[in-house]
Design a protein. Structure first.
Lengths: 478, 390
């Protein structure tokens, strides 16, 4: 109907299977920016992982240690309520606790903004992607009250500083973090014959909770195909007893919760006497397990390349992990150095948060975009649309994080929500909008095809033209 | 308008008025404190290039039928005969009573100074900037008008709807509002989305299932037709109160193909918008109102090969409201015969839309001609008063 027949279609790109700056930025970052050039080399991408954390300083997010003071304050109000039931004092405390809850929620929306700004303005986008990858691998969220808003602080403390180090350190940091202990029900678990359980007596039965132990084996380390048994899960759950925290002091190992006697996990006996060092030791051993190497290799390949990655790529990542004894940077180096990751056809469908992040990067929204914004504004233009796209901010469905499979995201409701966002929101966050004809080039680089150029030049309005560029396959995939 | 004389004198003495002067209590007559003037101006930007030759069909021009083929309806095809020469598209039928009441008129063969490249964005930029080039321009003519009149408050002018309005951007403070309506994708955007996603079968299929692509665009338009009505209702409410100016956009005019269907959708929305404005304004507000609808360019005089028209030059301006001199087709008709067309393809522009907008503002607010020709539309020659306003 349009004069599209006059436009020649061309293939997206030529088949070069080697490092390519634009592809690096799209596949391993948050897409192209009109301000920040793409990385020049694999070496530069790797260096960007461990250099000074410029984005953390520029767009700070509260540490979990600081976040805990919010939990303490709410806890204090709950305590006042408990002690003064039915009185005005209790009513006032309840009101004050609700205020604290609200403040935490508003803070969470602020961190959403900070996260988006880091992704928009970073010159080391691979770092932000890697942080997001491990934050998803170690998915956790608080269950009740203020701690529900603690995911960003958790990522800030437990994930971000460890992404370029050794996996065992990252594993320990994440698994033993208060947010993870809360999320996977570890805090109240106690050994059936622990000092505490015995003291409580038979009328108040206490016992194990296998949740954390199972997920550590199934999700965080060996993978569901790893050679572990139910007995390993139970033994690890026993070993984990004593891992807990309190809001005032953070992580705490409670010996009186810990099951006495040695636990045998995957054929290794840990600790006669309760001590957190046995937990650390078990996690280190799990990190060093060959199944963990395989599992992480597969996850990285699926996340960064495609739902069905080249088996040779998985082999290479696995080998790098084993050879480097679990150091992560050599694994990333193997990833970026493998020809399979540079296959030039864009493949993985961006998840909604990825899509929105990369749109903001392509638009180069100003650094003060979220400053002074009300919760309602962020809700209307970010958190609610993300929910409609299927990915509620920091509220994944389960501990396995967000699905990687494209088909789970390419749904009628999901893509309709993307269209709505793409057409309506950029004009709210970028003034003036770029000329759509330029935008097609800056946002898509050499992946711009004639169809999108044609659409960008033919749409009736700037917002629609920008939205069309953002909805093009070359922008939706990476 | 009783106080317009003193204001006219005042503006004449001061020449170009900046916003700092406008804000000065010493120079602002007390009588303007509540509202700087009493008339209402609504500016509608028709995005996509409205085909003026289809909306107001010159069926009396001997070349019209030949050029337009099946798009040429004329009175015989159901168009409403306006004056024995021009006929109004049947989809504007709901506006016939407005025409008969003298509250609807048209200006034919008008354009901005924009020529030849026929790009929507460049064309719309120039239309809203009100200048002859975009070099160094960051504000719109309606904002510059606000800077030039005294007594403007943050509630005087409203930019309504989701589209960015260069028209009202600038130093003068303007209120914004948009309805929380569902996405209303123009048919053009739906078609382009189909083209853009064609190479990705999975994405394309999901969009089709979501009924976003063009096969079902008509249904979408029907289901979601609310947003323009919401916009008009909001504008009517504000204008019945202290607002004096409202501006918004209506999309859906880029009729490259399937023009009868898409023109029907777009004109129906336009008619509903105007009827909502009239119906929802309180008291005698409508009688003091002038609605000016303008587009970035007209379309080709000839019908193209896909039952549509392509980007052209000379276009149509639509005026409505109780303050306008209705029931007339204004403008100097250039003809459609051999040698009459611009570059042998487009309706030849014989008037500048900016001059007509300037005369409307001059009549409504008493703003001095010098200000209009220097500050609001720099370098414009307004020419003779076409008498658009009562």
């Amino acid at each position: 109907m349009l004069s599209w027949d006059r436009v020649q279609k061309v293939p997206w790109c030529v088949d070069v299977r080697d490092f390519d700056p634009q592809l690096a930025e799209i596949r391993f970052g948050f897409g192209l920016s009109p301000v920040h050039g793409p990385p020049e080399s694999i070496g530069q991408m790797l260096e960007g992982l461990s250099g000074p954390d410029v984005m953390q300083s520029a767009f700070p997010i509260e540490s979990f240690a600081k976040f805990r003071s919010r939990m303490v304050a709410a806890q204090d109000q709950n305590e006042i309520r408990r002690r003064n039931r039915g009185t005005e004092l209790a009513a006032a405390a309840r009101k004050q606790r609700n205020v604290l809850n609200k403040e935490a929620r508003i803070a969470m929306f602020g961190w959403l903004g900070q996260t988006m700004l880091r992704r928009t303005h970073t010159q080391t986008a691979f770092r932000e992607r890697i942080v997001a990858f491990w934050a998803d691998h170690f998915t956790a969220r608080g269950k009740r009250g203020v701690i529900r808003r603690g995911t960003s602080p958790y990522i800030e403390d437990a994930i971000r500083p460890f992404v370029a180090g050794r996996f065992e350190d990252l594993l320990q940091s994440a698994v033993m973090h208060p947010l993870m202990l809360d999320y996977l029900d570890q805090t109240r678990a106690m050994g059936p014959t622990s000092a505490r359980a015995i003291k409580r007596g038979p009328k108040k039965p206490a016992g194990l909770n296998e949740n954390l132990a199972r997920e550590v084996l199934e999700l965080h380390t060996l993978g569901v195909d790893g050679s572990y048994t139910q007995e390993d899960v139970t033994q690890l759950a026993e070993l984990f007893t004593g891992l807990t925290f309190d809001a005032r002091n953070g992580f705490k190992f409670r010996k009186d919760f810990a099951e006495p006697g040695a636990e045998n996990v995957l054929g290794v006996a840990y600790g006669e006497q309760p001590n957190v060092k046995w937990v650390r030791g078990a996690l280190s051993d799990l990190a060093a397990h060959p199944a963990t190497a395989r599992h992480l290799a597969w996850k990285l390949a699926v996340h960064f390349v495609s739902d069905t990655p080249d088996p040779e790529l998985i082999d290479a990542l696995e080998a790098a992990y084993v050879e480097s004894d679990g150091a992560l940077t050599p694994v990333y180096e193997a990833l970026l150095g493998h020809p399979a990751v540079w296959q030039p056809t864009l493949s993985n469908f961006k998840l909604p948060i990825d899509f929105v992040s990369s749109a903001l990067r392509a638009l180069a929204i100003p650094k003060e975009s979220f400053a002074e914004r009300e919760e309602k504004w962020i809700g209307r233009f970010f958190s609610q649309p993300l929910t409609r796209m299927g990915q509620t901010w920091e509220r994944p469905v389960g501990p396995d994080g967000w699905a990687e499979e494209d088909f789970k995201w390419i749904t009628p409701q999901g893509v309709a929500a993307r269209v709505s966002w793409a057409m309506a929101v950029p004009v709210r966050v970028k003034d003036p909008l770029p000329d759509p004809r330029d935008f097609a080039e800056t946002a898509l680089g050499r992946f711009a095809d004639d169809a999108v150029r044609f659409a960008a030049a033919s749409a009736e309005s700037r917002p629609e033209a920008v939205g069309l560029v953002l909805m093009s396959p070359a922008f939706q995939r990476k | 308008m009783s106080s317009s004389l003193s204001r006219r004198d005042f503006l004449a003495r001061t020449g170009v008025i900046g916003c700092s002067l406008a804000a000065s209590p010493l120079l602002t007559p007390v009588s303007f404190a509540a509202a700087p003037w009493d008339t209402r101006l609504v500016v509608i930007i028709l995005r996509g290039g409205m085909d003026g030759l289809d909306v107001v069909q010159p069926y009396g021009d001997p070349a019209f039928n030949t050029l337009r083929g099946s798009l040429a309806l004329g009175p015989e095809g159901g168009a409403y005969d306006l004056d024995g020469y021009f006929a109004m598209h049947p989809s504007l039928g709901p506006l016939i009573p407005m025409w008969e009441a003298g509250q609807l008129s048209f200006v034919h063969a008008v354009s901005t100074p924009y020529r030849d490249k026929r790009s929507h964005f460049d064309g719309q930029d120039l239309l809203e900037a009100g200048t002859t080039s975009m070099a160094g321009v960051r504000d719109g003519w309606l904002n510059r008008m606000l800077q030039a009149v005294p007594g403007v408050t943050s509630q005087t002018a409203y930019a309504v709807g989701r589209s960015d309005m260069l028209l009202l951007q600038g130093p003068a403070e303007v209120a914004n509002w948009s309805p929380d309506a569902d996405l209303s994708l123009s048919p053009q955007a739906a078609r382009l989305l189909e083209i853009v996603t064609e190479s990705d079968p999975a994405l394309h299929a999901a969009l089709a299932e979501a009924q976003i692509l063009s096969e079902v665009t008509d249904d979408i338009q029907k289901r979601r037709k609310g947003s323009h009505v919401q916009i008009a209702e909001f504008a009517a409410a504000r204008l019945s109160d202290e607002a004096r100016i409202a501006a918004f956009s209506l999309n859906g005019w880029d009729t490259h193909g399937g023009q009868p269907r898409f023109m029907n959708t777009a004109l129906t929305r336009l008619a509903e918008t105007l009827l909502t404005l009239r119906g929802k304004m309180r008291g005698n507000t409508w009688r003091k109102t002038a609605v000016v609808a303008m587009t970035e360019f007209g379309r080709t005089a000839r019908q193209n090969g896909t039952l549509g028209t392509d980007h052209g030059t000379g276009g149509l301006m639509i005026l409505a409201g109780g303050a306008i001199k209705g029931g007339r087709v204004f403008g100097q008709w250039p003809g459609l015969g051999d040698g009459d067309l611009y570059q042998d393809r487009d309706l030849m522009p014989t008037g500048d839309v900016r001059a007509h907008a300037a005369w409307v503002m001059q009549s409504l607010t008493g703003l001095d001609r010098n200000v209009l020709e220097s500050a609001v539309f720099p370098g414009l020659d307004m020419g003779n008063d076409p008498g658009l306003i009562l």
